[in-house]
Ligand binder design. Structure first.
Ligand code: ASP
Ligand code: MG
Length: 401
Protein backbone atom coordinates (compact mmCIF):
# COMPACT_ATOMS: atom_id res chain seq x y z
CA UNK A 1 0.00 0.00 0.00
CA UNK A 2 1.29 3.40 -0.99
CA UNK A 3 0.37 7.03 -0.42
CA UNK A 4 -0.34 8.61 -3.78
CA UNK A 5 -1.15 12.25 -4.62
CA UNK A 6 -3.06 12.66 -7.89
CA UNK A 7 -3.57 16.07 -9.48
CA UNK A 8 -6.10 16.78 -12.22
CA UNK A 9 -6.04 20.00 -14.24
CA UNK A 10 -8.99 22.09 -15.34
CA UNK A 11 -9.53 20.30 -18.65
CA UNK A 12 -9.64 16.92 -16.86
CA UNK A 13 -12.62 18.04 -14.73
CA UNK A 14 -14.29 20.31 -17.29
CA UNK A 15 -17.78 18.74 -17.16
CA UNK A 16 -19.84 15.88 -15.75
CA UNK A 17 -18.35 13.16 -17.98
CA UNK A 18 -14.80 14.31 -17.30
CA UNK A 19 -15.47 14.41 -13.56
CA UNK A 20 -16.71 10.82 -13.61
CA UNK A 21 -13.69 9.81 -15.67
CA UNK A 22 -11.44 11.31 -13.00
CA UNK A 23 -13.51 9.68 -10.24
CA UNK A 24 -12.94 6.28 -11.88
CA UNK A 25 -9.17 6.78 -12.01
CA UNK A 26 -9.15 7.80 -8.34
CA UNK A 27 -11.48 4.94 -7.36
CA UNK A 28 -9.24 2.40 -9.11
CA UNK A 29 -6.16 3.72 -7.29
CA UNK A 30 -8.01 3.63 -3.98
CA UNK A 31 -9.40 0.13 -4.54
CA UNK A 32 -5.89 -1.10 -5.29
CA UNK A 33 -5.30 -0.46 -1.59
CA UNK A 34 -3.58 2.93 -1.75
CA UNK A 35 -4.19 6.04 0.34
CA UNK A 36 -5.15 8.77 -2.11
CA UNK A 37 -5.09 12.55 -1.87
CA UNK A 38 -6.52 14.25 -4.96
CA UNK A 39 -5.79 17.86 -5.93
CA UNK A 40 -7.99 19.54 -8.53
CA UNK A 41 -8.02 22.79 -10.49
CA UNK A 42 -11.04 24.85 -11.42
CA UNK A 43 -13.19 23.37 -14.20
CA UNK A 44 -12.20 24.22 -17.79
CA UNK A 45 -11.90 27.98 -18.30
CA UNK A 46 -13.48 28.88 -14.96
CA UNK A 47 -10.50 30.89 -13.71
CA UNK A 48 -10.40 32.96 -16.92
CA UNK A 49 -14.17 33.48 -16.73
CA UNK A 50 -13.89 34.70 -13.14
CA UNK A 51 -11.19 37.16 -14.20
CA UNK A 52 -13.51 38.48 -16.88
CA UNK A 53 -16.27 38.93 -14.33
CA UNK A 54 -13.94 41.05 -12.21
CA UNK A 55 -12.98 43.09 -15.28
CA UNK A 56 -16.67 43.89 -15.81
CA UNK A 57 -16.64 45.59 -12.42
CA UNK A 58 -13.23 47.29 -12.28
CA UNK A 59 -9.96 47.59 -14.13
CA UNK A 60 -7.98 47.80 -10.91
CA UNK A 61 -9.35 45.13 -8.59
CA UNK A 62 -7.85 44.71 -5.16
CA UNK A 63 -5.58 41.67 -5.26
CA UNK A 64 -7.10 40.43 -2.02
CA UNK A 65 -10.57 40.40 -3.57
CA UNK A 66 -9.21 38.79 -6.76
CA UNK A 67 -7.85 35.91 -4.70
CA UNK A 68 -11.16 35.57 -2.87
CA UNK A 69 -12.88 35.38 -6.25
CA UNK A 70 -10.48 33.04 -8.05
CA UNK A 71 -10.29 30.59 -5.14
CA UNK A 72 -13.99 29.87 -5.61
CA UNK A 73 -13.32 28.00 -8.88
CA UNK A 74 -11.41 25.17 -7.23
CA UNK A 75 -14.09 24.80 -4.54
CA UNK A 76 -16.65 23.86 -7.17
CA UNK A 77 -14.37 21.11 -8.47
CA UNK A 78 -13.62 19.52 -5.08
CA UNK A 79 -17.28 19.31 -4.11
CA UNK A 80 -18.38 17.85 -7.45
CA UNK A 81 -15.54 15.31 -7.55
CA UNK A 82 -16.27 14.17 -3.99
CA UNK A 83 -19.93 13.69 -4.94
CA UNK A 84 -18.91 11.68 -8.02
CA UNK A 85 -16.66 9.45 -5.91
CA UNK A 86 -19.62 8.90 -3.58
CA UNK A 87 -21.71 7.82 -6.58
CA UNK A 88 -19.03 5.22 -7.38
CA UNK A 89 -19.22 3.93 -3.83
CA UNK A 90 -15.95 5.48 -2.65
CA UNK A 91 -15.99 7.52 0.57
CA UNK A 92 -14.48 10.94 -0.08
CA UNK A 93 -14.26 14.32 1.62
CA UNK A 94 -13.42 17.68 0.04
CA UNK A 95 -11.15 20.23 1.74
CA UNK A 96 -10.38 23.79 0.71
CA UNK A 97 -6.74 24.88 0.66
CA UNK A 98 -7.04 26.42 4.13
CA UNK A 99 -8.76 23.34 5.58
CA UNK A 100 -5.95 21.28 4.10
CA UNK A 101 -3.38 23.43 5.94
CA UNK A 102 -1.74 25.54 3.22
CA UNK A 103 -0.06 28.47 5.01
CA UNK A 104 1.29 31.04 2.57
CA UNK A 105 3.07 34.37 2.62
CA UNK A 106 1.06 37.57 2.16
CA UNK A 107 1.60 38.05 -1.56
CA UNK A 108 -1.89 38.01 -3.00
CA UNK A 109 -2.13 36.52 -6.51
CA UNK A 110 1.31 34.90 -6.36
CA UNK A 111 1.63 33.63 -2.82
CA UNK A 112 4.34 31.18 -1.86
CA UNK A 113 3.72 28.29 0.48
CA UNK A 114 5.41 28.88 3.84
CA UNK A 115 4.39 25.63 5.53
CA UNK A 116 1.82 22.85 5.47
CA UNK A 117 -0.16 21.81 8.51
CA UNK A 118 -1.24 18.32 7.51
CA UNK A 119 -3.14 17.15 10.61
CA UNK A 120 -6.54 17.51 8.97
CA UNK A 121 -5.58 15.65 5.79
CA UNK A 122 -3.96 12.90 7.85
CA UNK A 123 -6.96 12.49 10.13
CA UNK A 124 -9.32 12.28 7.15
CA UNK A 125 -7.06 9.73 5.43
CA UNK A 126 -7.05 7.70 8.64
CA UNK A 127 -10.83 7.33 8.22
CA UNK A 128 -10.05 5.33 5.12
CA UNK A 129 -11.41 7.82 2.65
CA UNK A 130 -10.17 9.74 -0.34
CA UNK A 131 -9.28 13.35 0.46
CA UNK A 132 -10.01 15.85 -2.33
CA UNK A 133 -8.13 19.14 -1.93
CA UNK A 134 -8.62 22.45 -3.76
CA UNK A 135 -5.45 23.39 -5.58
CA UNK A 136 -4.00 26.88 -6.09
CA UNK A 137 -5.12 28.33 -2.73
CA UNK A 138 -4.06 28.88 0.85
CA UNK A 139 -4.33 31.22 3.79
CA UNK A 140 -1.90 33.98 4.82
CA UNK A 141 -1.01 35.18 8.30
CA UNK A 142 -3.98 37.60 8.25
CA UNK A 143 -6.19 34.52 7.78
CA UNK A 144 -7.03 35.83 4.32
CA UNK A 145 -7.37 33.69 1.22
CA UNK A 146 -4.41 33.73 -1.16
CA UNK A 147 -3.75 32.06 -4.50
CA UNK A 148 -0.46 30.66 -5.74
CA UNK A 149 -0.42 32.19 -9.24
CA UNK A 150 -1.75 30.80 -12.52
CA UNK A 151 -1.17 27.09 -12.89
CA UNK A 152 -0.56 26.86 -9.13
CA UNK A 153 -2.42 23.58 -8.57
CA UNK A 154 0.63 21.58 -9.66
CA UNK A 155 2.54 23.25 -6.83
CA UNK A 156 -0.28 22.44 -4.39
CA UNK A 157 -0.10 18.77 -5.33
CA UNK A 158 3.68 18.54 -5.03
CA UNK A 159 3.58 20.44 -1.70
CA UNK A 160 1.14 17.89 -0.28
CA UNK A 161 3.31 15.05 -1.60
CA UNK A 162 6.34 16.61 0.14
CA UNK A 163 4.56 17.24 3.44
CA UNK A 164 3.04 13.74 3.59
CA UNK A 165 6.18 12.07 2.20
CA UNK A 166 4.03 10.50 -0.49
CA UNK A 167 5.39 7.61 -2.52
CA UNK A 168 4.30 9.15 -5.81
CA UNK A 169 2.82 12.38 -7.17
CA UNK A 170 0.91 11.96 -10.42
CA UNK A 171 0.05 15.02 -12.49
CA UNK A 172 -2.82 14.12 -14.83
CA UNK A 173 -3.35 16.36 -17.81
CA UNK A 174 -4.79 16.38 -21.33
CA UNK A 175 -1.56 15.29 -23.04
CA UNK A 176 0.21 11.96 -22.56
CA UNK A 177 3.31 13.37 -20.91
CA UNK A 178 6.27 15.60 -21.62
CA UNK A 179 7.15 15.88 -25.30
CA UNK A 180 10.36 16.70 -27.15
CA UNK A 181 8.52 19.76 -28.51
CA UNK A 182 4.99 21.15 -28.50
CA UNK A 183 3.07 18.57 -30.59
CA UNK A 184 0.88 21.37 -31.93
CA UNK A 185 3.96 22.92 -33.58
CA UNK A 186 6.08 19.85 -34.35
CA UNK A 187 4.18 16.90 -35.78
CA UNK A 188 7.02 14.45 -35.16
CA UNK A 189 7.37 15.40 -31.47
CA UNK A 190 7.87 12.33 -29.29
CA UNK A 191 6.76 11.59 -25.77
CA UNK A 192 9.68 11.18 -23.34
CA UNK A 193 9.60 8.19 -20.97
CA UNK A 194 11.78 10.00 -18.48
CA UNK A 195 13.31 13.43 -17.99
CA UNK A 196 15.46 14.90 -15.20
CA UNK A 197 14.24 17.63 -12.85
CA UNK A 198 16.78 20.08 -14.27
CA UNK A 199 15.74 19.45 -17.86
CA UNK A 200 12.07 19.67 -16.91
CA UNK A 201 12.71 22.95 -15.10
CA UNK A 202 14.27 24.43 -18.21
CA UNK A 203 11.44 23.22 -20.42
CA UNK A 204 8.81 24.46 -17.95
CA UNK A 205 10.40 27.91 -17.68
CA UNK A 206 10.78 28.07 -21.46
CA UNK A 207 7.08 27.81 -21.95
CA UNK A 208 6.40 24.06 -22.22
CA UNK A 209 2.98 24.29 -20.59
CA UNK A 210 2.78 20.81 -19.16
CA UNK A 211 4.10 21.43 -15.61
CA UNK A 212 4.31 24.60 -13.57
CA UNK A 213 7.99 25.32 -12.85
CA UNK A 214 7.54 26.03 -9.15
CA UNK A 215 6.15 22.51 -8.75
CA UNK A 216 9.23 21.05 -10.44
CA UNK A 217 11.55 23.08 -8.19
CA UNK A 218 9.72 21.79 -5.14
CA UNK A 219 9.75 18.17 -6.32
CA UNK A 220 13.48 18.40 -6.99
CA UNK A 221 14.19 19.91 -3.58
CA UNK A 222 12.32 17.14 -1.75
CA UNK A 223 13.11 14.29 -4.13
CA UNK A 224 9.47 13.56 -4.98
CA UNK A 225 8.69 10.90 -7.59
CA UNK A 226 6.75 12.79 -10.20
CA UNK A 227 4.81 11.39 -13.15
CA UNK A 228 3.01 13.36 -15.87
CA UNK A 229 0.27 11.39 -17.61
CA UNK A 230 -3.03 11.66 -19.46
CA UNK A 231 -6.40 11.48 -17.71
CA UNK A 232 -8.03 10.44 -20.99
CA UNK A 233 -5.66 7.79 -22.29
CA UNK A 234 -4.41 5.13 -19.86
CA UNK A 235 -0.86 4.77 -21.20
CA UNK A 236 2.40 5.29 -19.29
CA UNK A 237 3.35 8.96 -19.04
CA UNK A 238 6.68 10.69 -18.39
CA UNK A 239 8.63 10.15 -15.16
CA UNK A 240 10.46 13.21 -13.84
CA UNK A 241 13.36 12.32 -11.56
CA UNK A 242 16.78 13.40 -10.39
CA UNK A 243 19.16 11.58 -12.71
CA UNK A 244 18.40 10.20 -16.10
CA UNK A 245 20.42 7.57 -17.94
CA UNK A 246 23.10 9.50 -19.78
CA UNK A 247 23.30 6.89 -22.53
CA UNK A 248 19.89 7.97 -23.76
CA UNK A 249 18.99 10.75 -26.12
CA UNK A 250 21.16 13.76 -25.43
CA UNK A 251 18.70 16.46 -26.40
CA UNK A 252 15.47 16.20 -24.43
CA UNK A 253 13.47 18.94 -26.03
CA UNK A 254 13.10 22.10 -28.05
CA UNK A 255 11.05 24.89 -26.52
CA UNK A 256 9.82 28.25 -27.63
CA UNK A 257 9.01 31.24 -25.45
CA UNK A 258 7.21 34.16 -27.08
CA UNK A 259 6.72 36.03 -23.83
CA UNK A 260 9.92 38.02 -24.19
CA UNK A 261 10.79 41.65 -24.78
CA UNK A 262 14.23 42.82 -25.77
CA UNK A 263 15.67 46.17 -24.67
CA UNK A 264 18.65 48.03 -26.09
CA UNK A 265 20.28 50.85 -24.20
CA UNK A 266 22.10 52.86 -26.82
CA UNK A 267 25.26 54.83 -26.21
CA UNK A 268 25.94 54.15 -22.55
CA UNK A 269 29.37 55.31 -21.31
CA UNK A 270 32.13 52.71 -21.81
CA UNK A 271 33.27 52.73 -18.19
CA UNK A 272 33.06 50.56 -15.05
CA UNK A 273 29.77 50.38 -13.12
CA UNK A 274 27.32 50.92 -15.97
CA UNK A 275 25.97 47.34 -16.07
CA UNK A 276 25.75 47.36 -12.31
CA UNK A 277 23.60 50.50 -12.36
CA UNK A 278 21.28 49.23 -15.09
CA UNK A 279 20.68 45.77 -13.68
CA UNK A 280 20.35 46.87 -10.07
CA UNK A 281 17.64 49.31 -11.15
CA UNK A 282 15.77 46.44 -12.76
CA UNK A 283 16.30 44.02 -9.90
CA UNK A 284 14.98 46.59 -7.40
CA UNK A 285 11.72 46.37 -9.33
CA UNK A 286 11.92 42.55 -9.31
CA UNK A 287 12.40 42.40 -13.10
CA UNK A 288 14.28 39.28 -14.20
CA UNK A 289 16.85 39.79 -16.92
CA UNK A 290 17.78 36.86 -19.11
CA UNK A 291 20.05 37.06 -22.15
CA UNK A 292 22.54 39.95 -21.97
CA UNK A 293 24.71 41.23 -24.78
CA UNK A 294 27.16 44.09 -24.57
CA UNK A 295 28.66 45.60 -27.70
CA UNK A 296 32.32 46.45 -28.06
CA UNK A 297 33.00 50.01 -26.93
CA UNK A 298 33.46 52.63 -29.65
CA UNK A 299 34.08 56.38 -29.15
CA UNK A 300 33.77 55.83 -25.39
CA UNK A 301 30.25 54.45 -25.63
CA UNK A 302 28.71 51.01 -26.00
CA UNK A 303 25.24 49.42 -26.34
CA UNK A 304 23.66 47.09 -23.82
CA UNK A 305 20.98 44.67 -25.01
CA UNK A 306 19.00 42.27 -22.82
CA UNK A 307 15.72 40.40 -22.58
CA UNK A 308 13.03 40.56 -19.89
CA UNK A 309 9.71 38.70 -19.53
CA UNK A 310 7.01 40.30 -21.69
CA UNK A 311 4.87 40.84 -18.58
CA UNK A 312 7.53 43.25 -17.28
CA UNK A 313 7.95 45.19 -20.52
CA UNK A 314 5.95 48.28 -19.54
CA UNK A 315 7.54 48.55 -16.11
CA UNK A 316 11.06 48.01 -17.46
CA UNK A 317 10.46 50.61 -20.16
CA UNK A 318 9.41 53.29 -17.69
CA UNK A 319 12.22 52.47 -15.26
CA UNK A 320 14.83 52.72 -18.02
CA UNK A 321 13.38 55.85 -19.65
CA UNK A 322 13.37 57.64 -16.29
CA UNK A 323 16.95 56.57 -15.67
CA UNK A 324 18.38 57.55 -19.09
CA UNK A 325 19.99 60.82 -17.90
CA UNK A 326 21.44 59.19 -14.80
CA UNK A 327 22.85 56.30 -16.83
CA UNK A 328 24.25 58.74 -19.38
CA UNK A 329 22.61 56.71 -22.18
CA UNK A 330 21.40 58.23 -25.45
CA UNK A 331 18.27 56.16 -26.02
CA UNK A 332 16.36 53.02 -25.11
CA UNK A 333 14.70 50.80 -27.70
CA UNK A 334 12.32 47.92 -27.07
CA UNK A 335 10.94 45.14 -29.28
CA UNK A 336 8.49 42.38 -28.49
CA UNK A 337 8.20 40.75 -31.91
CA UNK A 338 10.84 38.23 -30.85
CA UNK A 339 10.92 34.67 -29.51
CA UNK A 340 13.42 32.64 -27.57
CA UNK A 341 13.97 29.14 -28.93
CA UNK A 342 16.04 26.70 -26.89
CA UNK A 343 17.40 23.16 -26.97
CA UNK A 344 17.54 21.44 -23.60
CA UNK A 345 19.53 18.40 -22.56
CA UNK A 346 21.61 17.56 -19.49
CA UNK A 347 25.28 16.95 -20.19
CA UNK A 348 25.38 18.88 -23.45
CA UNK A 349 28.45 20.79 -22.28
CA UNK A 350 30.50 17.62 -22.69
CA UNK A 351 29.29 16.97 -26.25
CA UNK A 352 30.86 19.14 -28.91
CA UNK A 353 28.74 20.24 -31.82
CA UNK A 354 25.38 20.89 -30.18
CA UNK A 355 25.60 24.63 -30.84
CA UNK A 356 26.85 24.22 -34.40
CA UNK A 357 24.08 21.71 -35.20
CA UNK A 358 21.50 24.16 -33.89
CA UNK A 359 22.96 27.14 -35.76
CA UNK A 360 23.27 25.11 -38.97
CA UNK A 361 19.58 24.19 -38.78
CA UNK A 362 18.72 27.88 -38.45
CA UNK A 363 21.10 28.90 -41.23
CA UNK A 364 19.65 26.31 -43.62
CA UNK A 365 16.25 27.86 -42.99
CA UNK A 366 17.57 31.37 -43.43
CA UNK A 367 16.67 32.35 -39.86
CA UNK A 368 18.69 35.19 -38.37
CA UNK A 369 19.91 34.98 -34.76
CA UNK A 370 19.84 38.20 -32.71
CA UNK A 371 21.23 36.89 -29.44
CA UNK A 372 22.63 33.65 -28.05
CA UNK A 373 22.97 32.35 -24.52
CA UNK A 374 24.23 29.03 -23.21
CA UNK A 375 24.25 27.11 -19.95
CA UNK A 376 25.27 23.58 -18.98
CA UNK A 377 21.97 22.19 -20.12
CA UNK A 378 20.56 24.56 -22.71
CA UNK A 379 21.32 26.80 -25.65
CA UNK A 380 18.88 29.62 -26.38
CA UNK A 381 18.66 31.91 -29.36
CA UNK A 382 16.60 35.04 -29.75
CA UNK A 383 15.02 35.31 -33.19
CA UNK A 384 12.09 37.06 -34.89
CA UNK A 385 8.77 35.79 -33.57
CA UNK A 386 7.59 35.16 -37.12
CA UNK A 387 10.37 32.57 -37.56
CA UNK A 388 9.79 30.79 -34.26
CA UNK A 389 7.69 27.78 -35.32
CA UNK A 390 9.91 27.14 -38.34
CA UNK A 391 12.94 27.32 -36.07
CA UNK A 392 11.48 24.85 -33.56
CA UNK A 393 10.76 22.37 -36.36
CA UNK A 394 14.17 22.76 -37.97
CA UNK A 395 16.03 22.31 -34.68
CA UNK A 396 13.82 19.38 -33.66
CA UNK A 397 14.52 17.68 -37.01
CA UNK A 398 18.23 18.22 -36.61
CA UNK A 399 18.46 16.66 -33.15
CA UNK A 400 15.58 14.32 -32.60
CA UNK A 401 14.66 12.76 -35.92
N1 ASP B 1 -7.23 27.36 -11.81
C1 ASP B 1 -5.95 27.99 -11.71
C2 ASP B 1 -5.51 28.49 -13.07
O1 ASP B 1 -6.22 28.30 -14.04
C3 ASP B 1 -4.91 27.09 -11.12
C4 ASP B 1 -4.54 25.90 -11.96
O2 ASP B 1 -5.20 25.58 -12.94
O3 ASP B 1 -3.56 25.25 -11.63
O4 ASP B 1 -4.48 29.08 -13.19
MG1 MG C 1 -6.87 26.14 -14.60
Amino acid sequence: MALIVQKFGGSSVADRDHIFNVARIVADTYRDGNSVVVVVSAQGDTTDDLMEKAAEITHAPSLREMDMLLASGEQISIALLSMALGELGVKAISLTGWQAGFKTDRNYSKARIRRMETERIESELAKNQVVVVAGFQGLNSHEDVTTLGRGGSDTSAVAIACALKADLCQIYTDVEGVYTADPRIVRSAKKLDVISFDEMLELASLGAQVLNNRSVELAKKYGINLEVLSSLNPVPGTIVKEVVDMEGMLIKGVAKDVNVAVFSLIGVPDQPGVSFKVFSLLSQRKINVDIILQSVGRDNTKDLTFTVPLADKTLAESVLKDALPRLGAKDVKVRDDVAKVSVVGAGMQSYPGVASTMFEALYENNINIHMISTSEIKISVLIDKADADRAVNAIHDAFIN
